[in-house]
Design a protein around this ligand. Sequence first.
Ligand code: ATP
Length: 294
Amino acid sequence: QFAQAFQNLQRCAAASERVFGFLEEPEMSDETDKPALLGRDPKTGKAERVRGDVEFRHVSFGYEPGRPIIHDFSASVKAGQKIAIVGPTGAGKSTMVNLLMRFYDIDGGSMTIDGIDTSTVPRANVHEQFSMVLQDTWVFRGTVKENVAYDKKGVTDKQIEDACKAVGLDHYVRSLPQGYDTVLDDNSSLSQGQRQLLTIARAMVQDAPILILDEATSSVDTRTEELIQKAMDELTVGRTSFVIAHRLSTIRDADMILVMNHGDVVERGTHEELLRRGGFYADLYNSQFTSLVA
Ligand code: ATP
């Protein structure tokens, strides 16, 4: 147990180093001068919803100078489309998310949301346009209501309940001693699946126009997996979504699949197009399928 705790501690220390490293990074000097245009009326500054068109034009990127991993990537994503990002471990799926959300600046080319170059607006303004549902679910000490509303101001009880109903969590929440006012914390007895559903309800309430979904690979039973998949499908309606997919069976309906390997996009297309091509994706798909039926 002690060895396990020590290992966990080491992992946390490494993770927190990365987080603090990021927080300590100096804001780019020009950030404060940039007008907040994304999702704002340029004249009045009032919040508006972006449509969620995303465009990459000749994007190149590398974590280290002189070592590009993404080469001349262009793609046009229409508002409401579902884009799947697939590839083996270390292929570059998280890198793509990092670039989308401007956690890193690209070395060449441009990225736009609704035609606005994201490098011309403050980073925080870019982040506002996204909701993320990651594998690592996060429950903080607070009521169910507070956990679902998170940092969104003025959320009504009805919106919270509607979101929980939509993801199939309402029944369970009502069975808790204080219902929606029950206090949760990280040690709460919520199952992994329920945590996932709560995170999806949170993203529904945040109502950002663009989503990043990291499909859960953790061991949940088939019924819960179906519930999570259904909730994710519900969440993506009317929103541009980028799905990091681990089970290729869930992305057959994606409008575009970006296949990544060694940090770069090596193929793209719909499921059928990629299967017909008989390349890297087809190999990946067939190997997953074979291992499932084996
Ligand atoms: P996984 O499925 O394991 O999460 P991934 O497909 O998300 O992998 P990335 O994390 O995007 O892959 O990594 C792509 C490449 O970039 C890898 O070669 C990785 O080592 C490298 N890389 C990722 N993050 C950094 C970083 N902060 N600094 C330097 N190199 C990095």
